[in-house]
Write a protein that binds this ligand. Sequence first.
Ligand code: CO8
Length: 258
Amino acid sequence: MLTPQYVKTSIEERIGRIRLNRPERYNALNRTMIREIVEAMEQFDQDEAVAVIVLDGEGKSFSAGADIEEMLDATPISMELLDPFADWDRISRLHKPLIAAVHGFVLGGGFELALACDLIYATPETQFGFPEVGLGVMPGAGGTQRLTNRIGRTRALEWLWTGDRMSASEAHHLGIINRIVEADQLEANVLAVAGRIAAQPMMSVRLIKDAVDKAGDLSLQDGMDHERRNFYLLFGTSDQTEGMQAFLDKRQPTFKGN
Ligand code: CO8
């Protein structure tokens, strides 16, 4: 990948960090930026030095959504040919935990990006919302599906139709975000959670995500069959032997990630 223009990346103690970096536009997501975010995620997903990926935003907000200027002259045909959501779809194929640490405005495509992450932590002042209806469009990067999966049809329709902004406490109450953390502690808190997950046996973390992702797509029995296969697979790892032996020896386990 060439040097990214709109994201900053770094690796700190097995945490791959991606920071949206277009603060003068509230981190509005243009196509290049989305491509850069997804490529950074995929690089970290493949990098053995990274166990968990954390996404946040530079400046006053996480993201005010897709770049409206870029979309203004789009047509159905230009959209079809461009296939802008092909990049977004790649996020669902990542294996490592993705954590969003959000603040300020988390709107439209910015909200969809956060919802595509596995865990979301937000400051008390964060405002979430899908204002697309007021622009004569609608969410296109999974917002109608992921919001409905999280909060149910009736509540999702109200937020999507009104375009109202949702406070962090409403989002927390609705189960959309994991936790509300004061702004000056958000980064430290998220890195602490990421660090705890990074210290877990890697294959367990990976196959738990894989099984949980099936819960929305498969019937209960098919989902449980899938879970069982993942459970059996973990008996092929050295971390399973170590985890169970350490318990029996009454000592702390030392996991190797395989
Ligand atoms: N796109 C482009 N530019 C933006 C965006 C955006 N989404 N949001 C803010 N900006 C720009 C403004 O135009 C302004 O630029 P300039 O300084 O050149 O005038 C600058 O950022 C600062 O913004 P404001 O002056 O408006 O700042 P305020 O503090 O008054 O307001 C808000 C901040 C509330 C965030 C306001 O800017 C706003 O409402 N932004 C638009 C929010 C929105 O409607 N988002 C939804 C976009 S549509 C979408 O996300 C569809 C997703 C589907 C995926 C599509 C993939 C192709």
